[in-house]
Design a binder for this molecule. Structure first.
Ligand code: NAD
Length: 252
């Protein structure tokens, strides 16, 4: 129970990594607000957590919208009693080069992947600071550190997440707020199948290629969740501004 007495917001909480992390945070004692664009799926995850004997609420929201972010923070404070942990994890990918990417698609990817984190921090940092601190974990990507092919807006957005994380850590460390990024390699979620379909590739062949790394397999959502639980808990109390890579050795 490393997160007893804590309240956590998890965005993209209905997706592969978000669901596994919401469940893992709850199992460590945190009360969890499961946030997703898909409200019914968020409610299903919250119900799963409650059925296991833990505390969770669901909030339907678009994390790129400032009014929605204000509502997420206000609802969590009102219903769970505060916010100590935020996992900014909602994200989308477009598998296109610069030439193929429209300005609208570029802006949407940045809205969901980057502006959301700025907005969440803008509204949650004062709440955390007033309570003496907290831990914010942002989902970057291996491609935010090393780049990748046919995903120009995604790679740029995840690079922004990694560096924004460092900037946030510098600004808010004195308030007792730690900010880190977790950077997955290929993880077995709906996003990978979506990528295969965007590229017109067979999903099984695409997933097999994703396993071509030193550990010879893709990551599972619970393996990202374990890293987030550690960053959220006091066990990582001297870690801030870091970019933790969880990718089965994909950088090699
Ligand atoms: P996923 O598609 O399973 O989950 C993403 C979730 O975010 C979905 O439930 C979706 O409804 C939600 N979402 C999308 N737009 C939203 C919005 N505007 N507001 C609120 N919720 C929104 O994908 P995942 O693999 O679990 O991805 C989670 C994070 O991990 C993303 O930031 C992704 O970029 C990152 N990531 C994933 C991989 C991978 O291989 N799966 C690798 C590196 C990084």
């Amino acid at each position: 129970m490393r997160l007893e007495q804590k309240q956590a917001i998890v965005t993209g909480g209905a997706g592969g990594i978000g669901r596994a992390t919401a469940k893992a945070l709850a199992a460590e004692g945190a009360a969890v607000a499961v946030v997703d664009l898909d409200g019914a799926a968020a409610e299903a995850v919250a119900a799963e957590i409650r059925d296991a004997g833990f505390t969770a609420i669901a909030i339907q929201a678009d994390v790129s919208s400032e009014p929605d972010i204000e509502r997420i923070v206000a609802t969590t404070v009102a219903e769970l009693g505060g916010v100590n942990v935020v996992f900014n994890n909602a994200g989308i990918i477009r598998r296109t080069t610069a030439v193929e990417t429209s300005v609208e698609e570029w802006d949407r990817v940045f809205g969901v992947n980057v502006r959301s984190i700025f907005l969440m921090c803008k509204h949650v940092v004062p709440v955390m600071a007033a309570a003496g601190g907290g831990s914010i974990v942002n989902t970057g990507s291996g491609w935010g550190l090393k780049g990748g092919g046919q995903a120009i807006s995604y790679c740029a957005s995840k690079g922004a997440v990694v560096n924004m994380t460092r900037a946030l850590a510098i600004d808010h460390g004195p308030q007792g707020i730690r900010v880190n990024s977790v950077n997955p390699g290929d993880v077995n979620t709906g996003m990978l199948r979506d990528e295969a379909s965007q590229l017109g590739q067979d999903a099984d062949a695409f997933l097999a290629e994703a396993a071509d790394r030193p550990l010879r397999r893709m990551g599972e959502p619970r393996e990202i969740a374990s890293a987030v639980v550690w960053l959220a808990s006091d066990e990582s109390s001297y870690v801030t501004g870091s970019a933790l890579v969880v990718d089965g050795g994909g950088i090699a």
